[in-house]
Design a protein around this ligand. Structure first.
Ligand SMILES: [Fe+2]
Length: 342
């Protein structure tokens, strides 16, 4: 039984046509243009579906926001799909639509879908990397490209009120694995049939920079190598798309957690769209780690990250059973009135 990754992300937006231009400029392949829907895909066949907010086909949980309203997870076999759906139906409503998507909500209210999916196989061929004393390309320049073409939907990121409880739902009901924990910030999780460091990252709404309400933050698209990423950035900037969101500005960077090189663009479909390269790939031999945010976050190519200004101790430990999550389980808030009674 395995979930292979994100099969599609369904957006609710205000400006359908501007979103279509954005995703096309970003490098996605158009699959369908209709007056009420645009569909794009990456090379695996995973899709972005863009509809207007208020479209009756969209779930209502995030209907007041522009952004991803539902994430559909691709399942490898009919048998796996049947087993997952049967498990979910034990305590919640699961509805099937005409496209074969089984819709339901996580315990936190996050709208999700499951669908039988066979992704197209892709074979990347990144250029060998030269280093002093380690010549991998002799008399051979690196690949030249005309455009950046996203290969995969690597991960989605959502703000949630209780990142521990939400991760546990994905672990217990959908067989996701914990891959890393940034204490007080969020949990990274990988689908059981996927290799990416994380397919979803649950970020706490308790963070000072986070919104009070749950919702979409960003999603990442896998590219072949840093050259393809930089070409994509050049082309997007030439077309006027910006990277100004306070959560993601900073330009070209590499995460310490996941090792990925990345660059975000603010998306008219809500949140940000991330070009993502050279991530860690994991299997069940991976041991999750517990990280301090300042030590684990990122390295900017253009300047010293704010959180690194000053001494940042190396604060990361192996956490095979995810025990560090326990201290961050969201306690029910006690109102001032109740406190007085107590
Ligand atoms: Fe990301």
């Amino acid at each position: 039984m395995a979930i292979l990754g994100v099969e599609s992300v369904i957006f609710g937006v205000d400006d359908l046509d501007r979103c279509a231009v954005f995703w096309q400029d970003f490098g996605l392949t158009p699959v369908r243009h209709a007056p009420d829907e645009h569909v794009f895909e990456v090379q695996t066949g995973a899709k972005i579906v863009v509809r207007r907010r208020g479209d009756p086909r969209l779930p209502t949980a995030y209907s007041h926001k522009v952004g991803a309203h539902e994430t559909v997870w691709g399942v490898d076999t009919q048998e796996s799909l049947n087993a997952l759906v049967a498990g979910l139906r034990a305590d919640r409503e699961v509805t099937e639509d005409a496209d074969g998507i089984f819709h339901f909500q996580a315990d936190c209210g996050m709208p999700l879908g499951l669908k039988l999916w066979t992704p197209r196989k892709i074979v990347s061929q990144p250029d060998p990397v030269n280093a002093p004393g380690n010549i991998q390309r002799l008399n051979l320049h690196r690949k030249w490209r005309q455009r950046a073409i996203p290969k995969t939907i690597n991960h989605v990121v959502f703000f949630v009120k209780d990142y521990v409880g939400t991760f546990e739902f994905f672990r217990d009901r959908l067989n996701f694995r914990l891959t890393d924990h940034t204490r007080g910030v969020g949990a990274f999780a990988r689908a059981d049939g996927a290799w990416e460091h994380h397919n979803i990252f649950f970020v706490s709404c308790e963070l000072p920079v986070a919104p009070d309400e749950p919702g979409f933050m960003h999603m990442a698209f896998g590219l072949e190598d840093i050259d393809e990423l930089m070409l994509g950035v050049n082309l997007m900037e030439k077309k006027g798309w910006k990277n100004e969101s306070p959560n993601t500005m900073g330009g070209l960077s590499r995460h310490r957690i996941s090792s990925a090189i990345y660059y975000y663009f603010d998306s008219p479909a809500g949140g940000e769209a991330e070009y993502h390269v050279d991530t860690d790939y994991l299997d069940d031999n991976w041991i999750p780690r517990s990280w301090d945010f300042k030590f684990g976050s990122l390295m900017w190519a253009t300047r010293v990250p704010t959180m690194w200004q000053g001494d940042v101790p190396m604060d990361v430990t192996l956490d095979p059973e995810g025990k560090s999550l326990d201290a961050y389980r969201l306690k029910p808030k006690i109102s001032a009135q109740t406190k007085e009674k107590v």
